[in-house]
Design a protein around this ligand. Structure first.
Ligand SMILES: Nc1ncnc2c1ncn2[C@@H]1O[C@H](COP(=O)(O)OP(=O)(O)OP(=O)(O)O)[C@@H](O)[C@H]1O
Ligand SMILES: [Mg+2]
Length: 337
């Protein structure tokens, strides 16, 4: 393999016997915007920690920019930027000091470092708070500071573990826009996230992991095409849907008249039908229902989304965590570097 990130037969078994990663292999070419998705506990953070030299693997191999994660760990750390899922900012320092410290640890100095810090403070919208202690920042501000700190030394490869979880939609959008810009400048991005719409728009390729194994890999459009069908949602008149037998009658009509339909399932509002080229079928369904005296209250066609892809491969819907004040506190709990 010749990617900028190469992983082969990677295994991680924790001390308590938990098999978090069970022999995964993948390769990420230089300049890729790569999404690494999966349900809770799938092994995403474990993989990222191994790739960023924070955790030792059990077996298999992993390299970053041609450097081995174990024998060349120090060299890898110089060229990567890492944002962990748990935010790591020093709360006794100001936002600016956090970033300056990170730059100095990476051998940056003087005006160049100060300019870089000013530039990034603007990107993450922390200019006004830059000289306040990070301990007084809100969770979202800490998360943004953490991302900025990750970027100070102009890393070539970024590993981001849920960088926008817990942020308001506006900060989320501006951070994804900035990541897009960085990627366009040639920076490789390896990201885990729960936001599939952003993945769909921005990731060139993605892998889905579940229970420590890769269950799907490809571009968003390849993976969506694999689903093979559009979904057509049919709303039926609720008063007669169940008791009046409308739903059964509608099913019969669909089954007898349309052999291009691959599946029919009950939905809250009536039926959902899966078929190739769903939009072509709509007028025909309307006509057939009309002839059979079945009243439709609504009809909508949607192409498969990454949500459908995720559901197909993991059996679960991805859950965007609602941020309550309790898990906000634990998500951004105090931690020192
Ligand atoms: N230090 C540890 N010791 C033992 N088991 C662990 C440890 N860290 C993680 N695990 C377990 O390994 C598995 C994978 O965890 P990991 O954090 O990699 O998942 P994840 O995909 O990042 O999940 P999430 O979406 O919740 O962040 C889980 O079963 C988890 O409980
Ligand atoms: Mg994780």
């Amino acid at each position: 393999m010749t990617g900028i990130i190469d992983v082969s037969q990677l295994v991680k078994t924790y001390g308590d016997g938990t098999k978090a990663v069970k022999g995964i292999s993948f390769s990420v070419p230089e300049g890729e915007f790569f999404g690494f998705l999966g349900p809770n506990g799938a092994g995403k953070s474990t993989t990222i920690k191994i790739l960023t030299t924070l955790l030792r693997k059990t077996s298999g191999s992993a390299s970053v920019a041609g450097l081995d994660v174990e024998s060349d760990a120090a060299k890898i750390r110089k060229i990567i930027g890492v944002q962990n899922q748990d935010t790591t900012v020093d709360e006794d320092l100001t936002g600016r000091e956090n970033m300056l410290l990170q730059g100095e640890l990476q051998q940056m100095h003087g005006q160049a470092l100060r300019d870089r810090v000013d530039e990034l403070l603007k990107v993450v919208d922390l200019v006004d708070a830059a000289d306040k202690r990070a301990g007084f920042y809100s969770g979202g501000m800490k998360k943004r500071l953490d991302l900025a700190t990750t970027l100070v030394h102009n890393p070539k490869i970024l590993f981001l573990d849920e960088p926008t979880t817990g942020l308001d939609p506006q900060s989320r959008a501006s951070i994804w826009a900035y990541l897009k810009q960085l990627n366009e400048q040639g920076i490789t991005i390896f990201i885990t996230t729960q936001y599939l719409e952003e993945v769909d728009r921005l990731c060139r390729r993605l892998a889905i992991v579940d229970l420590g194994e890769i269950v799907a890999q490809g571009t968003p459009s390849e993976l969506k095409q694999e689903i093979g069908a559009d979904s057509i949602s049919l709303g039926l008149e609720s008063s007669t849907m169940n008791t009046g037998g409308t739903r059964e009658k509608a099913k019969q009509v669909l089954e007898t008249k349309f052999d291009q339909i691959s599946d029919i399932v009950n939905s809250d509002i009536g039926l959902t039908v899966y078929a190739k080229n769903g939009s072509f079928l709509v007028p025909e369904i309307v006509r057939a229902f009309d002839e059979a005296g079945i009243k439709l209250s609504s009809i909508t066609v949607s192409s498969p989304t990454l949500d459908d892809v995720f559901l197909k491969h993991t059996g679960k819907r991805i859950r965007v965590e609602e941020v309550t004040s309790a898990n906000y506190r634990s998500m951004f709990s105090r931690r020192r570097r």
